[in-house]
Structures are given as structure tokens and as C-alpha cells.
Design a protein around this ligand. Structure first.
Ligand SMILES: [Cu+2]
Length: 296
């Protein structure tokens, strides 16, 4: 072996050792091409494109985010609502877009629960829940018809997945006028949906920070009702925290669909009160029913 070839081999061995060490230490920087400039490895500027490192970091983190929807920005994505002032009782078109860190409208969204965008609206007192599926124009602007019957401050949640990461961004909507704000209803095991179905919530007591099984049984006139498929499951659940409207991560239970019970898993991050909005479909019509849930 000539001297230069030996040197190259030595350098390559060093690079390999470095890579093994980095892997063993659980630290891998995919943007630092170790072969390109070994003298500089680990020093100087390292280009870390916004968002690109998120999944690598997120998957090694202890937990997926337990709450989302507390702000207009997350992971370099920002929600812009074009017309946050709506007139009371009027059917209006609410328009919004999601922009990246360069201010460019995002136009590629992943399908999540059969849709590319889920739009959730609720008043600050956790009343007036709506769940809509807006349509996107070619320029990335989403629009949906929305009517808010009562004055007050509302939260608009854009719930979507982009590049494999689920995001919930939220911004305020306002309807001018004297708001008749409602206290949060007390926790009760049964509630009636807007279409007259009786729903019973079964939990074995909810402890903050522990994953909880939420089982909903639907009946009509005393007979069990099996909901139809809705958004790729047998029901859809949104859970909002009283106080800051944090949007909880909820997912259907693994044994969902095994019987007439609509079942979800959720972790309530803190003690306090939450409002659960369950939607299910019967006879082609979506039913909405709400529960107050306390976590201790
Ligand atoms: Cu939806």
C-alpha cells in the first residue's frame, strides 16, 4: 500500500469508528455527511433544516405530544386565518392556510381519518362544537362554510398531517356581541346526542398522566345501536382541556369494533376538567354528543 492509500484507509476507518460511536450513543446527525469533511466533524455550523429533524427527534422522545392546538405555530408551520371576524348567525366562508417557515402556503397534506384537513371549532366556554371538512384551492387556501349562532370568542383548530407528522394548529375566531357564556356542565355518565341517541360513557376513573380507556355505548329506546363507519373508524373523538382548550391526542382503541362499544384511548395530561365531543354516524347522519370528564 502506498502512503496516500494508507492515509485514506486510516481516515475511512476513523469515519467508520466515529459513525459506530455515534450510533451507539444514540446520536445521529443525518445532515452531517461524515465522509465529506472529517476534520470538521461535530464542529462549526451544521445545517439543520426546519422540520426535517423533527421526526427523528420526536420518535426518540419519551412520548408523543400529549397536547396540541395551543398556538398558531408548531414545527415551523403556521396557521393564518384570513377572516377571523364572523357575523352572528350568518353563514360565512371561513378561509385559512398553513404556511411554512418561508411563508409559502403548504399544499401537500397527508390523509388522516380519510381527510386531508379536519376543522374543529368550539367556543371558549367549550360550547358550540363543530367539525367540518374544508376544501383546498390550488393556492393552498382552505375554505369551509361556517355559521356561529352565538357571540363570543371561538377557537379554530386545523387538525392535519404533513410529512408524516400530525399537527393541530389553533387560532381565535370572534363573533361580536354580548356573549352569554355557559359554565361547564357537570360530569355525567350519560348524555343525549343532537339526534336523540342515548350515549353512556364508561371509564374506570381517569387519572392524570395515565392512558385511559374511554368506552361509549349508544342506545335508542333502550336498544343497542351499532354506529356506521365514520372517518375510517366507528366514531371520532375530540377532547379539549377546560382552561386553555388544549387539544388532546386521542386514538381509537385496538379492540375497537369488536362489539357495539365505541372505544378510544386518551391520556389526560393534568388533573382538571375536559370536554369530550364524540361523533358517530347512524342512518347516514352524524351525531354529536358531549361529556365533561374530570381527571384526578
Ligand atoms: Cu374531520
Amino acid at each position: 500500500m502506498s502512503a496516500p492509500v494508507k492515509l485514506v484507509a486510516f481516515a475511512a476507518a476513523l469515519v467508520a469508528l466515529f459513525a459506530v460511536g455515534a450510533l451507539a450513543g444514540g446520536w445521529v446527525d443525518p445532515f452531517n455527511d461524515a465522509g465529506a469533511d472529517t476534520a470538521d466533524a461535530g464542529h462549526g455550523e451544521r445545517a439543520m433544516p426546519m422540520g426535517a429533524d423533527h421526526r427523528a427527534d420526536g420518535s426518540s422522545a419519551a412520548q408523543p405530544q400529549m397536547v396540541r392546538g395551543l398556538g398558531i405555530e408548531q414545527d415551523g408551520l403556521r396557521l393564518i386565518v384570513e377572516n377571523p371576524e364572523l357575523r352572528r348567525g350568518q353563514v360565512e366562508t371561513v378561509r385559512f392556510r398553513v404556511v411554512d417557515s418561508d411563508g409559502q402556503a403548504v399544499r401537500s397534506f397527508d390523509v388522516q381519518h380519510t381527510k386531508r384537513m379536519h376543522l374543529i371549532v368550539a367556543r371558549r366556554d367549550l360550547s358550540g362544537f363543530q367539525h367540518l371538512h374544508p376544501t383546498m384551492a390550488a393556492d393552498g387556501t382552505w375554505s369551509a362554510s361556517l355559521s356561529l349562532a352565538a357571540p363570543g370568542s371561538y377557537r379554530l383548530f386545523a387538525d392535519f398531517a404533513h410529512d408524516g407528522t400530525v399537527e393541530t394548529l389553533a387560532s381565535d375566531l370572534r363573533v361580536d356581541g354580548p356573549a352569554d357564556l355557559q359554565p361547564l356542565p357537570p360530569a355525567q355518565a350519560t348524555a343525549v346526542s343532537d339526534g336523540g341517541y342515548q350515549v353512556r360513557l364508561q371509564t374506570g376513573g381517569v387519572r392524570a398522566g395515565q392512558e385511559t380507556d374511554l368506552r361509549f355505548a349508544v342506545t335508542r329506546a333502550g336498544r343497542a345501536v351499532r354506529p356506521e363507519p365514520y372517518l375510517g373508524a366507528n366514531g371520532h373523538l375530540v377532547a379539549l382541556r377546560d382552561g386553555d382548550m388544549a387539544f388532546l391526542h386521542v386514538h381509537p382503541s385496538e379492540h375497537a369494533g369488536s362489539d357495539d362499544v365505541v372505544e378510544f384511548m386518551a391520556t389526560f395530561p393534568t388533573t382538571g376538567r375536559y370536554r369530550l365531543f364524540l361523533q358517530f354516524q347512524v342512518g347516514g347522519r352524524v351525531q354529536t354528543v358531549a361529556f365533561t370528564q374530570e381527571a384526578s
